[in-house]
Ligand binder design. Sequence first.
Ligand code: AMP
Length: 393
Amino acid sequence: MKKTIRDYDLNNKRVLIRCDFNVPIKDGKIVDDNRIVMSLPTIKYAIDKNAKVILFSHLGRIKEESDLVKNDLAPVAERLADLLGQDVAFSTKTRGKVLEEAVNNLKPGEVLLVQNTRYEDLDGKKESKNDEELAKYWASLGDVFINDAFGTLHRAHASNVGLASNLPNGVGFLVEKELNELSRLENPEHPFILILGGSKVSDKIGVIENLVTKADKILIGGGMAFTFLKAQGKNIGNSVVDEESLDFAKGILEKYPESIVLPTDVNAFEEFNNDANNKVKTLDELTSSDLGLDIGDETIKAFEEVLKDAKIVFWNGPLGVYEFEKCTRGTKAILSYLVKNNINTILGGGDIVASASELGYKDKVTHASTGGGATLEYMEGKELPGVSSIEDI
Ligand code: AMP
């Protein structure tokens, strides 16, 4: 069990909180503030406990000067102030007099947001390489460090692992909830079913390797199913194939023939376009130009049959090209089935959460994880540096 923000007396303390404010920003406007909203419980708690609250976050990637303006965190300070209903000071600099004065001016219950931590990456990747001097400098600005940025737990950066190494520390409410939900999958109730979709097999190799013996079945849809189908010698028309992962797919199918369930029919499109002619076809019926962009009805039924007794489901990747309205049927049908049958379902970040959100299921499933890479690495059984750097109770 990790220490949490509840384990510290925050009264009058300078509390450094690593948040994940990596929100999409277009023309200086925040397009989706979900990540800011998710950070509120921890920030509000620190305010209520009379802490001087100092927030850190990265935004995008900083490789050259021209990345600075588009990844300026200033719009986040404004939105956060609206959401909190109180002023949020903003330090335009990640170090030096501007930042130090802003910290010194803070009174208990006030909030300061520090400029994008990755501004430090212009100077020899100091943030991303967890530079010791930088971590010690930032730590000197606080008394306690709280990590509430779930999406970066798989990274060892100065603003998470570096700060944790130099200050008394704990996790915030968002990270605590994520870890609690995901830990159910460590010793899952059975049947435990894994659902995988999306297009790239290579991203999911670690998850498959770690879970193929733990899960009772792995249902594979989306573009990645065609790599497995091709490995079986099936007709896949012109559907997407992750060539580099063909040997891996062959190996898994040979070693665990009973575990993997693949589509038998697909929604076939003449072109990669929502408005192209399309028809549900069995694999044998696919022409050499057909693209399978969603699972078909027979496959939906077969997946539901496997899921009917499931006690817990972990799902990563949509079952079709969810960006196309006509290709959301498979994902929607399975989401609906899981919700209707009250099956514990954990969505593993990224595109499946975006898809579930658009289809109105995000708040109906047991848990929709906020981390893409962090969730996958957790499911690969890897130790996350952002977690191991936090003190145990
Ligand atoms: P990934 O990043 O590997 O999880 O893949 C997510 C992407 O997979 C999404 O952008 C989907 O549009 C895409 N995808 C899902 N199903 C298919 C499919 N049948 N063919 C091509 N791309 C797909």
